[in-house]
Write a protein that binds this ligand. Structure first.
Ligand code: PMP
Length: 296
């Protein structure tokens, strides 16, 4: 699914066949989860293949690397250039790009001088699919901001995500909704959370969540559409039975939610503000917003 015999990846300055890449069994990241990564999408647009918000993603990658004491010398611009090369070399257009920065060999708990940079890409359907989601409140909390940098994309943080998604699926739900360390709603295992009540959209403030790039795009789109969007802390009871809700993320894009803990949201998804944002997001990423208008 992720690669075939011809797939090329960028690894430490070289283009290699994905199936020929060798990594030491002693790299620290494999043992302790100390790597950092990004999830980026490219889209076929009227002007060719375009990576959506590449600069923002690579800025976050470099920030995550710095917080984890991983020293890399690439700039946002160089990483963007390499990403376009990666797409071209693999004849990809609508694709998902996965940059990963990981530590070298080291079995102790200190940073390594040796740092590896891998860029790979594949075609990936909307993560979470297109059908409306049934969520459960997770028994797992998001990581406490005092125990790690929750605003970074560190590989080890996803242990929490894997546990929460697995629990939800084992209980017959599609996905989990996690609380923060103070008991307020935080986010999904791999997406930010929004809900709508009386024509106002609410989302948690930064501090306990990943500052999603799709989340930031929602702020831009809400302003353009003149939707009221409020950042505040709220509880599961505030969300249950609200008008509508959705997740946002690069991989998931905008995913409508049907119910939380078996309590349905009131509006039909098609009648919600989230559905309008979803449609606008789809056009925004493909630079296709004016495609339905003819210029006279
Ligand atoms: N929260 C978490 C925990 C995530 O893993 C992601 C996916 N990167 C998001 C939110 C959404 O972030 P973005 O919109 O930048 O993809």
């Amino acid at each position: 699914m992720y690669y075939n015999n011809n797939t090329l990846v960028f690894f430490d300055g070289k283009w290699l066949k994905a199936n020929e890449l060798m990594v030491s069994p002693f790299v620290q990241t494999l043992h302790y989860g100390s790597g950092v990564f990004e999830g980026i999408r490219s889209y076929a647009t009227p002007d060719g293949t375009r990576i959506f918000k590449s600069k923002e993603h690579y800025k976050r990658l470099l920030y995550s690397a710095e917080k984890m004491h991983l020293k890399i010398s690439y700039t946002e611009e160089e990483l963007t250039y390499l990403s376009y090369q990666l797409l071209e070399k693999n004849s990809l257009s609508n694709a998902y790009l996965r940059p990963l920065v990981f530590s070298g060999e080291n079995m102790s708990l200190t940073p390594t001088e040796e740092v590896h940079v891998l860029l790979c890409a594949w075609e990936w359907e909307k993560y979470l699919g297109s059908k409306l989601l049934n969520l459960m409140t997770s028994s797992y909390q998001r990581p406490n901001p005092k125990s790690c940098h929750v605003d970074t994309k560190v590989t080890g943080h996803y242990v929490n995500s894997i546990l929460a998604t697995t629990e939800a699926k084992q209980k017959g739900f599609d996905e989990a909704l996690l609380l923060d360390a103070n008991g307020f709603v935080a986010e999904g295992p791999g997406a930010n959370f929004f809900f709508e009540k009386n024509n106002v959209i609410y989302t948690p403030p930064l501090g306990n969540i990943l500052p999603g790039i799709t989340r930031a795009t929602m702020f831009e789109l809400c302003e353009e559409l003149e939707f009221k969007l409020v950042e505040k802390y709220f509880t599961i009871d505030d969300v249950k039975g609200a008008d509508s809700a959705f997740f946002t993320g690069t991989a998931a894009e905008v995913a409508g939610i049907k119910s939380l803990d078996n309590v349905s949201f009131k509006l039909k998804w098609e009648d919600s503000l989230g559905s309008l944002l979803q449609a606008k997001y789809t056009r925004r990423v493909a630079f296709n917003e004016y495609s339905n208008f003819s210029i006279l």
